[in-house]
Ligand binder design. Structure first.
Ligand code: IFM
Length: 466
């Protein structure tokens, strides 16, 4: 029974528990691949990839994708999956499968569409209702404050002052949903922003400059620190806050000194240049010269906020060689032939175990939530209300086993979140890469469950790897 007096969160959860009870049979598997009782089982999505452009301000990604003439398949983010009006269809399927948590992001251009200052009432109301709906469907809301889509008026990360704007926005959102969200992610993959957006020019805002990459990196870190402080100051003491750090080891298969050196720099930039300063460990040595010109007094202290857990996104390793022409100094090479491939990246479970163990060692044995793992794979067309996707199930099982191996070796793994809930608009790759546990029919946008959703539900009931 819920305790009294009832908070809005407890009340909504109690309704959902009653509704879901008959759908969640108790399984007694005699399998030792199980996790601790309070393990968080979730799925994820983001506003920039699922919400349409309706009723919000123009974003950096709108401008970028329009300017480059659309994604690889010609699509843009005008419609996406219209998640903002269709989320109930999705929540019902997730609840029926037994999913426990939903990671999503706020669209900043919906909250402050045209300018700084007072939030837009319609945007606030949208997230208010959406979060209530999650709780009513038994889904623990896990907001991401910033998953790359930024209102145009806010400028970009070349401007130091963006951290102040970000902190104001963080405070607004913390006040709105702090009573219902216990676990927060500030940035999705903060390291990707300076590298892809300011160095390589392949993501918004599309700059291609090593100097810009250094400036953006430091200002991302500053914004990260200030936003975390703003959320901490405006939520209850039990709130846990971190970011979803994308960990992807870089290797140079050629083994030459030049290639290895180039791989080490990008490895430090990608994997360490945000979490290390956030944990008070400073910039990696190789990265220091890039950020040095932008560091002011007090910055490193403001950045060192010590997240409450480590959010870890993992897909695979990356294989590179030196390329003096590229601002990042590398170019991608083919992965070793023995690694199986998803439609996008290698399937790399052993590396998953290793990166979890490494984060455990590097950051003082923190609680870790696997904030993303997922696979775009070839799958059958929907038939009789389902999509058959056995390869995804096989890969999911492999990564969950790999994560469990790390857990057995002492990693404090507290949850696993699959990317993504539905197929969605995969940024510059468009709609062709289908990561979802739920199929999105085009053009109707009807949600159709995949067998992988059923499988994930089985794991959740087992509280382990089925
Ligand atoms: O779709 C992305 C997401 O936005 C960030 N992490 C990786 C996913 C799959 O590429």
């Amino acid at each position: 029974m819920p305790s009294f007096p009832l908070s809005r969160r407890t009340f909504l959860q109690s309704i959902s528990a009653a509704a879901a009870a008959p759908l969640v049979p108790r399984f007694a598997w005699a399998d030792n691949l199980t996790f601790a009782q309070d393990f968080l089982w979730g799925v994820a999505g983001s506003a920039g990839e699922t919400e349409s452009r309706a009723n919000r301000g123009r974003s950096n990604w709108d401008v970028f994708i329009d300017n480059v003439g659309g994604s690889k398949d010609g699509t843009t983010n005008v419609r996406n999956t219209e998640f903002e009006t269709r989320y109930l269809d999705e929540f019902k399927l997730l609840q029926a499968a037994g999913v426990k948590a939903f990671r999503f992001s706020f669209a900043w251009p919906r909250i402050q569409p045209e300018t700084a200052g007072a939030p837009n009432a319609r945007g606030m109301d949208h997230y208010d209702r959406m979060i209530d709906a999650m709780l009513e469907h038994g889904l623990e809301p896990i907001p991401t404050l910033f998953h790359w889509d930024m209102p145009l008026w806010a400028g970009d990360f070349l401007d130091r002052d963006v951290s102040r704007k970000m902190a104001d926005y963080a405070e607004i959102m913390a006040r709105l949903v702090g009573d219902r969200a216990n676990t927060w992610l500030l940035f999705n993959e903060p390291g990707v922003i300076p590298i892809f957006g300011y160095g390589q020019g392949v993501f918004a805002p599309g700059y291609r400059s090593r100097r810009y990459m250094g400036a953006a990196l430091h200002h991302v870190n500053l914004a990260h620190g200030r936003a975390l402080a703003a959320i901490r100051a405006n939520t209850h003491s039990g709130t846990r806050i971190s970011s979803a750090f994308n960990i992807m080891p870089f290797e140079a298969p050629s083994g030459t000194a030049e290639d290895r050196q180039a791989a080490s720099l990008v490895d430090a930039l990608w994997n360490d240049a945000v979490p290390r300063p956030a944990y008070g460990l400073g910039y990696p040595e190789l990265v220091q010269p890039l950020v040095e010109p932008y560091i002011q007094n007090g910055d490193m202290e403001a950045i060192a906020v010590k997240p409450d857990f480590f959010g870890l996104n993992f897909y695979s390793r990356s294989f590179v060689k030196a390329d003096p022409e590229s601002p990042l100094g590398i170019t991608l090479v083919e992965p070793p032939a023995e690694l199986a491939r998803t439609e996008e990246l290698p399937y790399d479970p052993d590396t998953y175990t290793k990166v979890l163990l490494k984060a455990h060692q590097d950051y003082g044995a923190p609680d870790i939530i696997a904030t993303e793992f997922g696979f775009p794979v070839a799958e059958a067309a929907p038939k009789d209300g389902w999509v058959e996707d056995p390869l995804r199930i096989q890969y999911m099982q492999g990564y969950m086993r790999a994560a469990h191996a790390a857990y057995q070796q002492g990693v404090k793994l507290k949850g696993m979140i699959y990317w993504s809930s539905t197929d969605n608009w995969e940024w510059v790759l468009g709609l062709q890469k289908r990561f979802g546990l739920i199929h999105i029919d085009q053009p109707s946008l009807t949600r159709i469950p995949k067998r992988s959703l059923e499988y994930f539900g089985k794991c959740i009931r087992l509280n382990g790897v089925a």
